[in-house]
Design a protein around this ligand. Structure first.
Ligand SMILES: C[S@@+](CC[C@H](N)C(=O)[O-])C[C@H]1O[C@@H](n2cnc3c(N)ncnc32)[C@H](O)[C@@H]1O
Length: 212
């Protein structure tokens, strides 16, 4: 069984982001267990400051896989004032806009994952159009608005190779616990019969395997 290093656990504890430790470790376990016979990178939609990237990137490093993390670094619609998810410290002092890229770069340098993780700065759907080859794992944690979740799912899910993983964050069956779009794409993936769900207790993280 793969072991997540203590120095990265400590780095994760000090990194801004939206990935509880339990779910991050589940990401690491799931990505580490992708069979080596499946080629292709791990792709993350929604890098933010690199918290979830630490877990997926370390799994990639330990299994000899590459990783692509995608973000325009301008923040999701729910990360601007007056949202409680707004963080003044990610505002560029000159442009006055959200810019999380410097935080991601720092996280990748401190985790020594720069040679494993390639950073794509841009809109998720545009980057998807530039990625032609199959991928082994897709983690969707980008914009959580109704349109953006569907765009991410529609742009990327078909690229997952049979046997590969679709991981979706912030899936809440009860709308009192959180927004609907991640639950809606999770439900659509199951209904498509292209994906089969397999889960243990992973908080709001859901894992599906591509079966056809
Ligand atoms: C919930 S945060 C990601 C959290 C991160 N995975 C973590 O562990 O902390 C969502 C991110 O998606 C990015 N995002 C939103 N819409 C996007 C789009 N259309 N293309 C690329 N990135 C997008 C935002 O800039 C934001 O950084």
């Amino acid at each position: 069984m793969a072991i997540f290093p203590e120095n990265l656990a400590e780095l994760a504890r000090g990194t801004k982001g939206f990935m509880p430790t339990k779910e991050g470790l589940a990401l690491f376990d799931l990505a580490s267990a992708i069979p080596s016979t499946l080629s292709g990178p791990i792709v993350e939609i929604g890098s933010y400051c690199g918290l979830s990237t630490i877990y997926l990137g370390e799994a990639a490093r330990q299994t000899g896989r590459s990783m692509l993390t995608v973000d325009h670094h301008r923040g999701s619609e729910e990360m601007h004032p007056p949202s409680p998810y707004f963080d003044q410290s990610v505002i560029d002092p000159v442009t006055k806009r959200v810019d999380t890229l410097p935080f991601l770069r720092r996280t990748l340098e401190l985790s020594e994952l720069e040679s494993v993780v390639t950073v794509a700065i841009g809109d998720s759907a545009v980057v998807a159009g530039l990625v032609a080859d199959p991928i082994a794992c897709l983690f969707i944690d980008g914009g959580h608005g109704a349109l953006q979740e569907w765009v991410d799912y529609a742009s990327w899910a078909d690229k997952i190779t049979v046997g590969g993983l679709l991981l979706i964050h912030d899936v809440f069956e009860d709308e009192k616990d959180g927004g609907r779009p991640p639950f809606e794409i999770y439900t659509a993936a199951v209904a498509s019969k292209q994906f089969a769900t397999f889960t243990k207790d992973m908080g709001s993280l859901r894992a599906l395997r591509r079966v056809s």
